[in-house]
Write a protein that binds this ligand. Structure first.
Ligand code: NAG
Ligand code: NAG
Ligand code: NAG
Length: 289
């Protein structure tokens, strides 16, 4: 028929035109019925038809572009504790520390016999000074060790008066009958000073008889000559190291009773000679470390 068709989609106008088509007795199929319009221009015909069945879903579209970065999410909850890790490698050694202050060595205390003070230039402190004392040379009992008695005694409970049933303490004297090892004229029968010395930085002390020097690494505190009580007197004593340059206490020049210091001579026999020498006065040295 050569109509110019114009398809208008929409259910309502399509139903209206279909009804008009049937009213004029025209055979036509759904969607292809020509409609005679109000004017005479038959070539200007608008054809309207109902919507066809829904087509199948088309293929998926192309993949979209990447979206913008989202906002930062909220922190998540703390997870469960994990298993213990393996031991790490050993670290590098640290840097050496600064040297600490010099500490207190811990107890090198000794008596310097025959001197009124310790040698404080050698890092030693004088704990106290005094005079040598001990038991009487002629008595069998009492103490045997010489004492460094302080010049300013303090007292406790006492009962004055010599009771007899006691030990006795006497002062002490040098006893010399030769000029070896000390000058008899200036030292014999004089009272003996003493000083108790504390070596701050050293921890041990020893007296070595028959030596005048200390082993390597030790500090020589002082040296001199070995002295003890007379060999044939009843009282016992100890060997002590008298200073090599002994001082005397003022006064006391007389030969008074008391504890006595005699030089000590070597006697060969069980003592090997050489290196020892018969009748030679023995030296001594006090060392700390
Ligand atoms: C078709 O008809 C319409 C309305 O009557 C009109 O406006 C239009 O110009 C016509 N078109 C042609 C090609 O005749
Ligand atoms: C004191 O010690 C110094 C250093 O060891 C020494 O040179 C000096 O002779 C000592 N003095 C005495 C009196 O011992
Ligand atoms: C000194 O006294 C002691 C003990 O009393 C005595 O053995 C000695 O002979 C005396 N010495 C002198 C020189 O008087």
């Amino acid at each position: 028929m050569g109509f110019e068709n114009k398809v208008v989609l929409g259910a309502l106008p399509a139903l209206f035109l279909f009804s008009a088509c049937l009213a004029e007795g025209t055979e036509c199929e759904l969607g292809s019925c020509p409609t005679k319009m109000g004017n005479s221009n038959v070539n200007n015909v608008t054809v309207m038809a109902p919507a066809g069945p829904r087509g199948e879903a088309g293929p998926p579209g192309p993949r979209g572009g990447q979206g913008e970065k989202g906002e930062t999410g909220r922190p998540g909850k703390l997870g469960p504790q994990g298993l213990e890790g393996q031991k790490g490698e050993k670290g590098d050694p640290g840097q050496p520390a600064n040297q600490g202050a010099e500490g207190w060595g811990g107890g090198a205390v000794y008596i310097r016999w025959g001197r009124t003070a310790c040698n404080e230039s050698a890092g030693t402190v004088t704990a106290y000074t005094g005079l040598a004392g001990g038991a009487l040379w002629s008595e069998k009992g009492g103490g045997s060790n010489y004492q460094c008695l302080p010049a300013d005694p303090e007292w406790g409970v006492y009962k004055d008066g010599v009771d007899g049933l006691k030990a006795y303490m006497y002062g002490a004297e040098y006893q010399l009958n030769t000029d070896a090892p000390y000058d008899e004229a200036t030292v014999d029968d004089r009272e003996v000073p003493c000083a108790v010395c504390y070596s701050l930085s050293r921890r041990a002390q020893m007296m070595i008889p028959a030596r005048n020097t200390c082993p390597d690494g030790w500090t020589r505190e002082y040296g001199g000559y070995l002295m003890a009580g007379y060999r044939d007197q009843a009282g016992r004593s100890k060997f002590v190291c008298m200073d090599g340059e002994p001082e005397v206490l003022p006064g006391g020049e007389g030969n008074q009773s008391g504890a006595l210091f005699y030089p000590v001579e070597a006697r060969c026999g069980s003592l090997p000679c050489p290196p020892y020498v018969e009748g030679r006065e023995l030296t001594c040295v006090v060392c700390t470390i």
